[in-house]
Design a protein around this ligand. Structure first.
Ligand SMILES: *Cc1c(COP(=O)(O)O)cnc(C)c1O
Length: 486
């Protein structure tokens, strides 16, 4: 299997190269040059690691199959994800929740970040790269911890995570500050997330620094969600959940299932498009957005327009205006790299682009957009708990709202992706259930547990007792020196 770029499809690279490089030299994203076809039945009755192995072998053809088998066992084996990798909960008639938050950091990003670091280290080996890779991550919360947990202890890797001082929740800060491992470092950066991100981006663009690092046989890399190594693990749970749905008689084998995904950077939902192109009977992919509803508007009108206010919401991991992975969908739909490059250039220059009618209608055959604001999300949390005894977080709530909007238009069963544990956002969830006035997030966790009897994940409950290892607060101008000496 070879990979090409969304902006120049004469390019050809291996999976290992795509994963180590992250971004194509022309600024485009790496995509598979073709879609492997599989039969959904081939996945019935498989465990999660077996499903993972089958999918990865189709895409990572230059990897040693024995390595892949070990890697998926280490990432998703029976003792990982609390034994609940790909756990599908029945919520009500025709509606399921795929709980993707049973991993070490309680958000769905663990599925990619428990595996991708291993794929990265192996790719370096495949390419004969013996240097040290320094991973720099700017995070507003969730990605930082998931990346730390994934890269901690890996050979040839050092990782530094930067987050805005006072910009994360207390739980998120403690999750990062208590991270163990000798190859990890965590810094609070004075200012907001933009300051942090600008500081890190400047380091990646610093050619003189890259040269000084190269002399030590060191290279910088990022762990962000446009890397193919983060996308491919997300295809797995579409196949796994479909097989489970068939086994639970939720759908007749071969019939279509809709998926509804709380969306930010468009990675998780795009993986569903890949699953569909590979032969899984995916019906509609429902793209759920919060008040930052660029994608809802885009799917309705064909105009992608970021000239709008940015809202901070109670589903912060979806607070995004530029959904990078959408570029991959545009390429697959049009097969026209020059057109994609032109739209992306226009987006950077003018802040918008508009798709031709025929391209939009192809996309709309599969994708449906819907959005919900914080008040609608809170109401959804309340109603789900009251009616279905089902407790969900603020991101999942947005998806439940979107699913309800979309369901009357389709007759298929629907799987909503539940992307974070309700205990990651305990104040908002507790508030939605009508209880205000928690002293802090730990108090909110305790009260939420008392009210709902849903257990607090061990990794969050134990946070208060763990040693805080990282307390440095830095200015963004110190990031280059940290990157050098890391
Ligand atoms: C990252 C994230 C999302 C958005 O996923 P994308 O792949 O970026 O669209 C949704 N919910 C949670 C909890 C997340 O952490």
């Amino acid at each position: 299997m070879e990979y090409t770029s969304t902006r120049d499809d004469t390019l050809r690279v291996s999976a290992s190269e795509a994963i180590v490089k992250g971004l194509a030299p022309d600024g485009g994203l790496f995509v598979p040059a073709e879609f492997p076809r599989v039969s959904p039945e081939a996945f019935y009755g498989l465990t999660y690691p077996q499903t993972a192995e089958k999918i990865l072998r189709l895409f990572l053809t230059d990897y040693d199959p024995a390595f892949l088998k070990t890697a998926v066992e280490q990432a998703y084996g029976a003792d990982r994800f609390s034994g609940k990798a790909g756990f599908l909960a029945h919520v009500e008639e025709r509606l399921w929740s795929l709980e993707l938050w049973h991993g070490p950091t309680c958000a769905f990003k663990d599925y990619a970040l428990q595996l991708m670091p291993k794929l990265f280290v192996e790719a370096k080996k495949n390419l004969g790269d013996t240097g040290t890779t320094k991973i720099l991550v700017a995070t507003s919360g969730d990605t930082g911890k998931a990346a730390l947990a994934g890269y901690a202890g890996l050979p040839g890797i050092r990782i530094a995570v930067f987050y805005p001082d006072a910009g994360t929740s207390e739980v998120q800060r403690l999750q990062m500050a208590t991270q163990e491992g000798e190859n990890v470092a965590v810094y609070a950066v004075r200012g907001n997330f933009d300051d942090t991100q600008t500081g890190v981006k400047r380091v990646f663009a610093d050619l003189a620094l890259a040269e000084r690092l190269a002399q030590k046989n060191e290279r910088l890399s990022s762990a962000n969600s446009i890397n193919w190594g983060r996308l491919v693990p997300q295809i797995i749970y579409y196949f796994y959940s479909y097989a489970q749905l068939v086994a639970q008689n939720g759908v007749a084998a071969g019939d279509a299932v809709d998926y509804c995904i709380p969306t930010g950077n468009f990675g998780d939902i795009l993986a569903g498009y890949y699953a569909k192109r590979m032969g899984l009977p995916v019906g509609r992919l429902i793209c759920a957005s919060n008040r930052n509803n660029v994608l809802t508007e885009f799917l309705a009108t064909g105009r992608y327009d970021v000239r709008r206010p940015f809202y901070k919401t109670e589903s912060p991991s979806m607070d995004i205006l530029v959904s990078s992975n959408l570029e991959r969908l545009l390429y697959h739909t049009t097969q026209d790299a020059a057109a994609v490059a032109a739209w992306m250039a226009q987006l950077t220059q003018d802040g918008f682009y508009t798709l031709p009618e025929d391209v939009l209608s192809q996309i709309r055959e599969i994708f449906l957009g819907a959005c919900a604001d914080d008040a609608q999300g809170r109401e959804e949390i309340r109603v789900r708990f009251a009616q279905n005894s089902y407790l969900c977080d603020t991101h999942t709530a947005v998806a439940f709202c979107a699913a309800r909007t979309a369901m009357p238009t389709t007759a298929s069963p629907c799987v909503v992706f539940s992307t974070a544990s309700p205990y990651k956002f305990p104040c908002a969830v507790l508030g939605a259930l009508g209880e205000e006035g928690a002293v802090d997030e730990f108090d909110a966790m305790q009260r939420l547990m008392k009210k709902t009897n849903v257990p607090v994940p061990e990794s969050l409950a134990s946070l208060r007792e763990k040693d805080v290892r990282f307390t440095d607060v830095i200015g963004k101008n110190e990031i280059p020196q940290i990157a050098f000496s890391l």
